[in-house]
Write a protein that binds this ligand. Structure first.
Ligand code: GLU
Length: 509
């Protein structure tokens, strides 16, 4: 059987979109599942779209997610170089080959001549593309004499090289996701293979490299499906049909409501990231916050992305990366677009966060506390993360929700106060201050027993006491378990907060 060799082939034209990350992930999973190779190829032949820093960004993103590479610009490998701008002479050889076999030709048309042709054909109601129906009327090596072509080449007149598509051929794509797709070659245009700057276009470079790098499966986004027939024809014209890779075009990522393709604008509007890491646009200098910096854990993001198009055929939703590797198969990728449901991503994040040890979670809290110059013992950090664990979605929530343990409330929720701060509650809370033991520490259980006893003595139900107690200690109505809160605050701080609240809030009755 053929060795599985897959490639992730991004163009460094900006930040890596989350859809690109999913493409990389699926390639990676197939490579690991089949014990094959995953390579990174930088497709940077379009110099006009080159963006400084984008290649580094792509590599850092893959690295953060643990999508490791067997071959690539940094790893090397026997099929390098892995950056297309370093392979110019290779493409030149193959372009020459196509010209010699009559499958490609020089075209000297100026932009004006191209525009004239398009206008004319449009007015005639025809298909205004450069191809089998129009090329005979244009300025190319099919219509000009050999001597004229040599003269123009010698005079360094600008030219491009175009593929010569033979009309009326059946081009059949056996896509592993979409099944069989048949196209008649008459509908295809004579795409440019080499631009006037001497660089190959995406189509030529992509096919030549997939062949030379012995790629077994081309797994890429659906937006490349229309290019596949041309790629198949190029394999045919080169005489490489037997070595051609299998194709798998991945379904689109859709907006959360399912209406159309997911865009950066949607993400901005709905307030979620679209790039794996922070990205500052070099032109606008605008900063886009990444998944990493928003607090998503790599395992959670990978698990979420794996399910955007693929399913395991069971109810299991939580998959570690090694479980994904085992379960993954191209056959279980659907054709339908996948809704990008950010709430599901958060759900995964919660899950993966909760499954970490308290020590690991305390480290998140510790970093944020240190940044805020707040001292805290490790034991207390562990107590806090343990109390908040079930309530957090992102690591930063430990700090944000945990601040209540370090900063006493200065004001109190008025709405809650007007409902819950009754004379009866005040009576119990006042008695409570002196009922606490003279020790520094108190366990949640002891605190509960004391509150029960004091309330019973005053003849007030606990349901009337607890909301007022929470208001006094936290300033509001929500937060972690109240008895645990007392345990973390300790006796002195609890008493202090109670006294302060009793002087600040007037009973509502
Ligand atoms: N360079 C193309 C991209 O940016 C690669 C498409 C492919 O995988 O063939 O997505």
């Amino acid at each position: 059987m053929r060795e599985t060799r897959v490639r992730f082939a991004p163009s460094p034209t900006g930040a890596l979109h989350i859809g690109g990350v999913r493409t990389a992930l699926y390639n990676y999973l197939l490579a690991r599942k089949n014990g094959g190779k995953m390579l990174l190829r930088i497709e940077d032949t379009d110099q006009s779209r080159f963006v400084e820093g984008a290649e580094e960004y792509i590599k850092k993103s893959l690295n953060w997610l643990g999508i490791d590479l067997d071959e690539g610009p940094d790893q090397g490998g026997e099929f390098g170089p892995y950056r297309q701008s370093d392979r110019k002479d290779i493409y030149e050889r193959y372009i020459k080959q196509l010209i010699e076999t009559g499958n490609a030709y020089y075209a000297f048309d100026t932009p004006e001549q191209l525009e004239d042709m398009r206008e004319r054909i449009k007015n005639e109601g025809g298909n205004a593309q450069y191809g089998c129906e129009t090329r005979a009327q244009m300025h190319n090596s099919l219509t000009l004499s050999t001597a004229e072509v040599s003269r123009r080449l010698g005079a360094r007149e600008p030219y491009v090289v175009r593929v010569k598509i033979e009309p009326n051929q059946q081009v059949v794509l056996h896509d592993l996701i979409r099944g069989e797709v048949t196209v008649n070659s008459t509908s295809l245009d004579d795409k440019v293979l080499m631009k006037s700057d001497g660089m190959p276009t995406y189509h030529l470079a992509n096919v030549v490299d997939d062949y030379l790098m012995k790629i077994s499966h081309v797994i890429r986004g659906e937006e490349w499906l229309p290019s596949a027939p041309l790629h198949i024809l190029l394999y045919r014209y080169f005489g490489w049909e037997k070595e051609a890779p299998q194709f798998a075009h991945l379904p689109l990522l859709l907006k959360p409501n399912g209406n159309g393709k997911l865009s950066k604008r949607d993400a901005d509007q709905m307030g979620f990231p679209i790039f794996p890491l922070n990205w500052t646009d070099p032109t606008s200098k605008e900063l886009a916050i990444g998944f990493k910096e928003s607090g998503y854990l790599p395992d959670a993001l990978l698990n979420f992305l794996a399910f955007l198009g693929w399913n395991p055929g069971s109810d299991q939703e939580i998959f570690s990366i090694s479980e994904l590797t085992q379960a993954f198969s191209l056959e279980r990728i659907g054709k339908a677009g996948a809704k990008f449901d950010i709430e599901k991503a958060k759900w995964y994040n919660q899950h993966y966060l909760r499954s970490k040890s308290n020590e690991e979670l305390a480290a998140f809290l510790h970093t944020d506390l240190s940044n805020a110059k707040i001292d805290c013992s490790k034991d207390k950090e562990i107590q806090i993360v343990n109390a908040l664990k079930e309530r957090v979605t992102f690591p930063k929530d430990f700090y944000e929700m945990g601040l209540v343990f370090f900063e006493a409330p200065k004001s109190f929720d008025e709405k809650i106060a007007s409902k819950k701060w009754t004379s009866e509650a005040v009576q119990v809370l006042s008695a409570l201050i002196s009922a606490f033991p003279a020790t520094k520490e108190i366990s949640a259980e002891t605190a509960h027993t004391i509150i029960q006893e004091v309330s019973a003595k005053q003849g007030v139900g606990q349901g009337k006491v607890m909301p007022a107690l929470r208001l006094a200690l936290t300033g509001g109505a929500s937060g972690p378990d109240l008895m645990t809160t007392i345990e973390i605050l300790g006796v002195k701080e609890t008493q202090k907060r109670l006294s302060f609240a009793l002087t600040e809030i007037r009973p509502n009755d």
